[in-house]
Design a protein around this ligand. Structure first.
Ligand code: ADP
Ligand code: MG
Length: 386
């Protein structure tokens, strides 16, 4: 087991790259670190193999303080792979793969046998062993990076966005490979990614990093079902929203049809009264036929001195509604970019029929991933076994 106890890494007395983190990783577990850029993932990973030392706190491996271990020895027990592969250009692929086994003074025979077995394992022809890294494709180099990390059969493998630069098909293939290898060798994996799909696919547990802290550490299921806070919700949601699985869903299917309106011709003071009584900060302005004409927001109308003015004069009429029939997928990025939490929806006649909120979108994504039937089935099974 790897354990972080109150671990901080502070740069230049001010940047808390890792901020008082407690974390435990069980033997044989596949843990993904995910988070935005700069959230501390790489630093945390490098604390494990002592490429960095904590400013405060302690990391233990099977109860032993790693700062008491010889760093070179420690690193020989820990495989490490990064996106830039770190393959040494002047060494052959074979020499690259067996770097650590050679440090461990394995016999040449055992080195050769290991390299060949691993090459077969990742579907690469043995003759590549005699080539140099620059003669291989990006995907092939990445495979070599992976098998090099595994060559000495280390108990722990650290990978830092190893597949970030690869095309989706190659990446998928390498996911399968990593999963198989981990099942076969039962190593403990700590895998850094910024791709939620990757984390969901690979991780037994996912640690979500934000500003040097782990804001949630749980199974993929629990993170999706119960994000610990808005940051996680947003992070998970945003990533998932771009997923192709949303392809067939129309705006109409997910919109909330309970939308608050105010009629053309009402006054600013009418709008304020409605907002107060309903507890909302936005009203959509409609004509007698429910046609969407504009929007009024509290920030804007609160500053208007003459409360008897007609909202028609002061409303924002530049809004761009979504059409009911639009596919969510085509609009998602747009919706998120506007930063507005409420987007009105209109039918083909331009009548206001609903609203899309950020919450709607996030819920939608959960429904897609955790299709309701499956969840209900699980609950049923749990219920009967009690
Ligand atoms: P991530 O891998 O999640 O993108 P990092 O661990 O690389 O994040 O960085 C975390 C924070 O620490 C960032 O603010 C980064 O700028 C800072 N940082 C990382 N390495 C150094 C360093 N050697 N010196 C100063 N600041 C650093
Ligand atoms: Mg990083």
């Amino acid at each position: 087991m790897i354990e972080f106890k109150g671990v901080s890494k502070i740069y230049n007395n001010e940047i808390k790259a890792v901020d008082n983190v407690d974390l435990e990783i069980q033997d044989g577990e596949f843990v993904c670190f995910i988070g935005t850029s700069g959230s501390g993932k790489t630093t945390a990973l490098r604390l494990i193999n002592r490429m960095h030392e904590p400013t405060y706190g302690e990391i233990t491996m099977n109860g032993e303080k790693i700062k008491m271990m010889d760093p070179v020895n420690l690193r020989r027990k820990i495989g490490y792979a990064i996106q830039q592969t770190g393959l040494l250009p002047h060494l052959t692929i074979y020499e690259n793969v067996v770097t650590v086994p050679r440090l461990l003074e394995w016999s040449e025979e055992k080195c050769r046998e290991t390299a060949e077995r691993l090459m077969e394992r990742v579907d690469l022809p043995l003759e590549l062993l005699e080539r140099y890294p620059s003669e291989l494709s990006g995907g092939q180099q990445q495979r070599i990076g992976v098998i090099r990390a595994l060559a000495a059969n280390p108990g722990t493998v650290l990978m830092d966005e190893p597949f970030g630069a690869l095309d989706p098909i190659t990446r998928d293939a390498l996911h399968e490979l990593v999963i198989e290898l981990q099942e076969e060798y039962n190593n403990t994996f700590v895998f850094v990614t910024h791709d939620m799909d990757e984390a969901l696919k690979l991780g037994d547990r996912i640690a979500i990093w934000h500003e040097g802290k782990v804001v949630q550490y749980d199974t993929p299921e629990n993170i999706l079902a119960e994000p610990a806070n808005d940051y996680v919700r947003d992070f998970v949601g945003r990533e998932r929203l771009f997923d192709a699985k949303t392809s067939n869903i129309t705006v109409k299917e997910v919109m909330n049809s309970n939308v608050l309106t105010i009629s053309l011709g009402k006054s600013v003071s009418d709008a304020l009264t409605t907002m107060h009584s309903k507890g909302v900060d936005t009203l959509f302005v409609v004509d007698d036929y429910d046609k969407l004409m504009g929007r009024v927001t509290i920030e804007y109308i609160a500053n208007i001195k003459n409360k008897s003015r007609n909202i028609t004069e002061i409303m924002d009429d530049s809004i761009r509604p979504l059409r009911e029939s639009t596919l969510i997928q085509n609009q998602l990025q747009q919706v998120l970019k506007t930063g507005r939490s409420n987007i009105p929806v209109v039918d083909s006649e331009g009548r206001l029929t609903g609203i899309i909120t950020k919450t709607t979108l996030v819920n939608l994504v959960y429904d897609i991933i955790w299709n309701q039937e499956e969840i209900e089935e699980e609950i049923l099974v749990e219920g009967t076994s009690e």
